[in-house]
Structure formats: C-alpha cells, structure tokens
Design a protein around this ligand. Structure first.
Ligand code: FAD
Length: 433
C-alpha cells in the first residue's frame, strides 16, 4: 500500500538559514540548542547516544536506586516542537576547519556555518597501568548499568559460595570527590539492604566498602568542616576511608597501592577525576588547554577561529584572566546559553560579548538526610536541609516531566520503603559506550 506523503508544512525548508552543528547533547549542547530554538538558524545536534544523560544521578542507577530510563531522555523528544532543530545519531570523528565540515565515523560529512563542540569530558586514569581496562568509571549510562551488574553479580556469587567456601568482597572506590562520596554511601546502603531484605547469605563483616584518596580529606572543593561531616557520615554508614593512598596498578580483580599492598577486589570504581584528553575537544587545536580542554576566547569561540565554539566540560571556559571554570553542570548550561546568544549576534553582524560565570554553589549528597551544599556566598548548609536542597535541585534540572515525576515517586516510595529498588542484573554488551 502506498504511503500518503507528509504534508509539506510538517517539514518546513530551513536550508537557506545558517547551519549550526552542535556536537553533544549533554547539558551544554542542550542549553545551546534551546537558545537557538525557533530562531533564524538551522540546527543539527549530533550525538553518539540518541539520548541526553543526567550524569549527576548515574550513581543511583549504578547502585540500583533508579532505572536507566529515569536519568536519560531522547534528544529528539526534547526538541519535538522546535522545527528548526534536527538530530543526527552519530559519533563525530574529526573536524575539518579548512572546509568547515565535521567528519562522522561512517566517513560521511556534515557542513556547518557555525560549530559548537559540547562533547564533555571522560574519566581520567592518569596512565595508571590497568586502570582504563579494569577499573569501572561512571561516565555514561552504559557504565552505570555495567557497574550495577558487577555489584549485584558479586553479591550473588558470594551468596552461592556461602555454604562451601565463604568469600570476602572488597569494593574500592578511588577518589574522594562528590562522585566518590555519593557512590560509596549509596553502595554501602545497597549492600546492607540486599543482605537484609533479599536474604543473601553473606556475613556483612566480610564485605568492605573502601574509599581511597591521595588527598588528606574528602570533598576538597568544600570547606574543611564539610569534609569532616562527610567523613563522619560515611563512617556511620560503614564506609572505610583511607587518605594518602595512591593506586599504582589495577588488575582484573585486584588493586595495588604505592605502599606495596595488593588487595583482591570485587570491583574498583573509578571516581578519580575527569579529562578532555582522548575526546574530540582535545584534537581540535594544535595545543589544547588545561586537562585536554579546548582553548576558547572570552566569547567562547575557539582561539584562532571565527565559527567554531566550545562549551561545557569540553572547553577551558575562562573564569578570570588566569583561572578556568570548574567542570560542572551549571557552567555547562550557562556557557551553552551564552554561546547560543553569541552565534545569533554574529549571524546578525553584531559584536560578541564575553562570558561571565554566575556561581550557583556546589552540592554533594552522602545518604539519607545527609548532604552538603556550599552556597555562592560561601555559607555551608548540611544535614537534612542540605539533603532536601539537593533533592529539589536535581529534580528541577532533570529533563522531561515524566522523568521528574517518576524519580520523585521513586524517591518518595523509597523514603518509606527503603529496601525497594530495581536490583536487576540485565545482560549488557561489554563493549557498549
Ligand atoms: C558521575 C558524575 C556526577 C556528576 N555530578 C555532578 C553534580 O552533582 N553537580 C554538577 O554540577 N556537576 C556534576 N557532574 C559534572 C556534570 O555532569 C558535567 O559538568 C556536565 O555533564 C557537562 O556537560 P557537557 O554538556 O559539557 O558534557 P556531557 O554532559 O558529558 O555531554 C557530552 C555529550 O557529548 C556526546 N559526545 C561526546 N563525544 C562525542 C562525539 N565524538 N560525537 C558525538 N557525540 C559525542 C556524549 O554522548 C554526551 O551526550 C557530574 C559528572 C559525572 C560524570
């Protein structure tokens, strides 16, 4: 049966408008596209995933608190109503500045008038042998699912051998920043819950959750008092914290420290930092900026470029003359919005304006009723007030009303019935990104 053609009005012709290609549908890319929606430009977002991922809640997917679909949202759906915004599901391999085209992994090319590089960052392994191969980072939805599988499988294995040869399980989290703190707290809670509620025959004293860091305290961007609070809360939750420990090698089921100790592990969770080295941003220029990030001018255009911009984690966004903005979601969103405004100014022949970061503060959660928020003025809020602020802010920024509702329902449900949660081992392609 012949299909009726779509009415022409459904597909307006925008081919006469300047073409803006945005690589990456993370916080920065989405904010840029939102700023260009329904404006006199044609936009194509290119992403290797067909969804936006809300990275700050990945650890809750990894520790079986939330489902993957609750922290991700299809990019096409976000822009369903903005007719000038299109999407291409592809990985960009390189940028040809001379010809103003991006080359995709399948060798096809896409021409642009303006290009926005919003490719984010990736886990930094600092060249530690075995770390990139055997440690488990938390940077994508696939990472979170893989980690959840590994955690649950390890616990099932321990249960299976309970009668014959009881095994000990060591989970080591490397890095005492917000991701390491959040993950170790949630992991400790997951283990206690699984043993109690699901009746796993595991002696809790045989399971260790260790958080190690080279630094002398947790959460270094926060004041020392906040670090002490996080330390005490994690200790109450059964997390063992060790400072001044540097990892020299990661093996398939072991970790080695600089002091010579080799510890058998069920998993090494890598939360030691991020880098743009190894991402597209790093290859954009002859010399890249700090942490492999793209060097940009104050208006966020690439140094030595007229029409290529970089935003979010991919860019070394200037904070002042000598320092750069941290790689955080508010920086990504603000830089994306600013970039959209500047592209529209350039298109209209107007001069660009410099980017100014408005500090919105930082937050980290540790567990139920325990979180820390450092407000823009420096005031620190902790405990239940910090935790409620953390919950509301994450709900507010989560993309998609349906996701917000589902996460809110799940959090509320789990508040009253703590042990519930999607503890599913779903086979995963080991190679998925
Ligand atoms: C586990 C974790 C927890 C975090 N928690 C917090 C928090 O609590 N608060 C906070 O402020 N910040 C937090 N951050 C940092 C924050 O998430 C980042 O600063 C923010 O995501 C940066 O946004 P972005 O758009 O620059 O990059 P991303 O969000 O990383 O998006 C990059 C996008 O580019 C795509 N991409 C990459 N390369 C290519 C390519 N070659 N071709 C096509 N597509 C490509 C990716 O698929 C991705 O969709 C956290 C980060 C992580 C990893």
């Amino acid at each position: 049966m012949a299909m009726a053609p779509h009415p022409a009005s459904e597909f307006p012709d925008f081919s006469h408008l300047p073409h803006v290609v945005i690589i990456g549908g993370g916080f920065a890319g989405i904010a840029t596209a939102r700023g260009l929606a329904n404006k006199d430009v044609r936009v194509t977002i290119v992403d290797k995933h067909n969804f936006h991922t809300f990275l700050p809640l990945l650890y809750q997917v990894a520790t079986a608190m939330l489902e993957p679909a609750e922290v991700a949202y299809p990019i096409r759906t976000i822009f369903g109503k903005a007719k000038n915004i299109g999407f291409r599901h592809a990985k960009v391999r390189e940028v040809d500045h001379a010809r103003s085209v991006v080359v995709l992994e399948d060798e096809s090319e896409m021409a642009f008038d303006h290009l926005v590089v919003a490719t984010g960052a990736t886990a930094a392994f600092f060249g530690i042998p075995g770390a990139s191969r055997f440690a488990m980072p938390l940077y994508s939805l696939a990472d979170a699912r893989r980690l959840r599988n590994r955690l649950l499988i390890s616990l099932e294995e321990a249960d299976a051998s309970a009668d014959t040869s009881p095994i000990s399980l060591n989970f080591v989290i490397v890095g005492g920043g917000p991701t390491g703190v959040e993950t170790s707290g949630a992991l400790s809670e997951l283990i206690r819950t699984v043993i109690k509620r699901d009746g796993l025959r595991i002696d809790p004293s045989r399971v260790r959750v260790m958080l190690v860091d080279m630094a002398p305290r947790l959460l270094t961007p926060f004041p020392e008092k906040a670090s002490e609070y996080a330390f005490k809360e994690l200790e109450k939750m059964g997390v063992e914290i060790e400072f001044g420990r540097s990892v020299v090698e990661v093996e398939e089921r072991a970790i080695r420290f600089a002091d010579g100790e080799r510890l058998k592990v069920a998993a090494v969770i890598w939360a030691a930092g991020v880098t743009a080295s190894g991402t597209l941003a790093h290859d954009l220029q002859v010399t890249s900026g700090p942490g492999g990030r793209a060097r940009v001018m104050t208006d966020l255009r690439l140094v030595e470029s007229e029409n290529v911009w970089a935003v979010g984690d991919a860019a070394a966004v200037p904070l002042d003359e000598s320092t750069f903005c941290p790689q955080l979601a508010p920086v990504a969103m603000q830089s994306g919005r600013h970039c959209a405004e500047q592209i529209l100014r350039v298109v209209k022949g107007e001069p660009t304006k410099p980017f100014r970061y408005r500090n919105k503060g930082i937050m980290a959660t540790i567990g139920r009723h325990a979180a820390i928020a450092k407000l823009p003025g420096g005031t620190v809020v902790k405990g239940t007030a910090g935790w409620l602020a953390w919950l509301s802010l994450h709900l507010w920024y989560l993309i998609g009303f349906r996701n917000r509702l589902r996460v809110m329902i799940n959090w509320t449900w789990r508040y009253f019935d703590w042990p519930s949660g999607p503890r599913l081992i779903v086979a995963d392609a080991e190679t998925a990104e």
